[in-house]
Design a protein around this ligand. Structure first.
Ligand code: NDP
Length: 505
């Protein structure tokens, strides 16, 4: 059965795309599994985009069996680093070739703008190439100073079968921050994309087959956290779970995986502060604030969702952020000029608006926005660029992950005060500092509790640099060498040289 054998044209005001049929990929074959399906509509246009097989516990179990069998047979883990790297590089080329198709489906399911989606797919291909380089340089350690008659070797081995559970905000990119590293390490995988955005993960499955990946090495099961995610995190045949999503589900997964002591690597939420000292270069900082909060409509774990501004520059910062916010092109995600598209679904729009309404009721001031907006008659959910001031740090809008285009503004006077505001948060994903004084930047970078600190920039990222959080933002790292290490087990081999061992008896 092929991945695409259903062609339906949607109504005349809508994008005239075929409905994308998304099946499970189990043991190298596309399958309807138990036969149940569900639909995904474009959150911007309201039109049907995909018809998706809805996995149940049996489908998840079959996928795990295939991954376990492929791992035990060594069809992938026994290959050399060179062979693994060659395949990963081929996948990267195929991603490049299929970039427009992948980007368009990403837009139609997630609501993100097409220009951004194209950039993400290009970035994803680059990550596959970087992971290929790691496959060839993977090595352990040797200990040659344990005495004349002893040599110690530390081997790095693939951890085994990995469940990979991904969210809806960066479906292809986040899959590409996990799968190629797991493959570079020699693992086999079962992937569950978010039920809202599964299509581009299925395309990745096609590309893996086209590149020649052996059957069963990567399996994909579509469906919901319950039951598919639950099976993937509890089945004893799974060795590790790699998860990106909300902190609440991350905690559920930690508990579920604990019964079988699986390793869990998690990339969770954030309430990331950008701190502006009085000597900040405001021309750069204001643009970075606007980018940090509206990029991906704020539906981003790395969203710069709170700024903490030195009191001396507060009025100027608010006025300039408001002015620049008015210029950000919110609109139809398929328009190449659009920078901010639709909210993922109506329920999430209401959640965002709920945070704003609650803050207003508690005395906060809306500097701009604060309500849903209409875009060119599109039926989807769009939320206006929003800046909220007059907050206290304990208000939900200032301390919880709103996951929308809503900026919270707080103030400070001293380094100690701002560090305590930054570190009082339960989250610790990323933080940023703006100052022309290198000593200020370095002191902040060393004292801030965060997995990433940006100084005089925001949300730059490279495959070479590890990414992840501390505290309730998760455990473990993606990307960089550390991203590979997550998928490796360590084995110690101790070798006696010569017959020098004194008998015990
Ligand atoms: P979730 O954390 O609920 O979902 C992320 C993934 O986990 C999805 O594939 C989901 O499946 C799956 N999942 C859900 N429950 C379980 C479970 N018990 N066991 C295993 N897997 C499970 O994110 P949501 O999509 O519901 O978004 C809710 C909130 O999470 C957002 O408003 C935002 O605050 C935050 N979020 C944070 C992200 C980040 O990057 N840090 C990313 C996405 C969301 P499915 O949804 O298909 O049922």
């Amino acid at each position: 059965m092929s991945q695409h054998d259903l062609t339906l044209i949607v109504g005349k005001n809508a994008p005239r795309d075929e409905i994308n049929r998304v099946r499970h990929l189990i043991d190298g074959a596309w399958t309807d599994g138990n036969g149940e399906v569900f639909e995904r509509h474009s959150p911007a246009h309201g039109t049907p985009v995909s018809l998706i097989s809805k996995g149940n516990a049996n489908d998840a179990s079959d996928a795990i069996a295939a991954a376990r069998c492929a791992f035990e047979r060594g069809v992938w883990s026994d290959l050399s680093g060179k062979e693994r790297a060659t395949l990963l590089l081929k996948v990267a080329d195929l991603i490049d070739e299929n970039r427009p198709r992948i980007a368009r489906l990403e837009v139609l399911e997630s609501g993100k703008p097409i220009s951004q989606a194209l950039g993400e797919i290009e970035g994803a291909a680059d990550i596959w190439r970087y992971a290929a380089s790691l496959a060839r340089t993977l090595h352990g350690d040797s200990h040659n100073s344990l005495g004349r008659d002893m040599l110690g070797i530390v081997l790095k081995e693939p951890i085994g079968v990995v469940s990979i559970i991904t969210p809806w905000n960066f479906p292809f990119l986040i899959a590409s921050q996990k799968i190629p590293f797991a493959l570079a390490a020699g693992c086999t995988c079962v992937v569950k994309p978010s039920e809202l955005t599964p299509s581009t993960t299925a395309i990745l499955g096609e590309l893996l087959i086209e590149a020649g990946l052996p059957a069963g090495v990567v399996n994909i099961v579509n469906g919901f956290g319950d039951p598919v995610g639950s099976v993937l995190t509890t089945d004893p045949r799974v060795d590790m779970v790699s998860f990106t999503g909300s902190t609440a589900v991350g905690k559920t997964i930690e508990k579920a995986a604990g019964d079988t002591l699986k390793k869990v690597s998690s990339e969770l939420g954030g309430k990331n502060p950008q701190v502006l000292f009085a000597d900040a270069d405001l021309d750069s900082a204001i643009d970075a604030i606007v980018f940090g909060i509206y990029f991906n409509a704020g539906e981003c774990c790395n969203s710069g969702s709170r700024i903490i501004v030195h009191e001396d520059i507060l009025d100027e910062v608010i006025s300039r952020v408001v002015s620049l916010s008015q210029k950000v092109p919110f609109g139809d995600p398929l328009d190449p000029e659009t920078k901010v598209g639709a909210i993922i679904h109506d329920g999430h729009q209401q959640k965002i608006n709920g945070y704003v309404r609650e803050a207003v009721a508690a005395g906060a001031k809306i500097e701009i926005g604060g309500a849903p907006i209409q875009i060119d008659g599109l039926p989807g959910a769009f939320y206006g660029p929003t800046v909220v001031s007059g907050l206290t740090p304990d208000m939900p809008i200032a301390s919880e992950e709103v996951f929308g285009p809503v900026l919270s503004v707080l103030t400070f006077r001293t380094m100690d005060e701002v560090i305590s505001l930054v570190n009082d948060a339960s989250y610790g994903l990323s933080a940023g500092v703006w100052s022309e004084n290198i000593h200020t930047c370095l002191e902040f970078a060393r004292r801030a509790q965060a997995g990433t600190v940006w100084t005089n920039t925001w949300m730059d990222g490279f495959p070479e640099l590890p990414f992840g959080g501390v505290k309730e933002s998760g455990q473990g790292r993606e990307l960089g060498r550390y991203g590979l290490e997550e998928f490796l087990e360590v084995k110690t081999v101790q070798m006696r040289i010569g017959r020098t061992r004194a008998n015990w008896i």
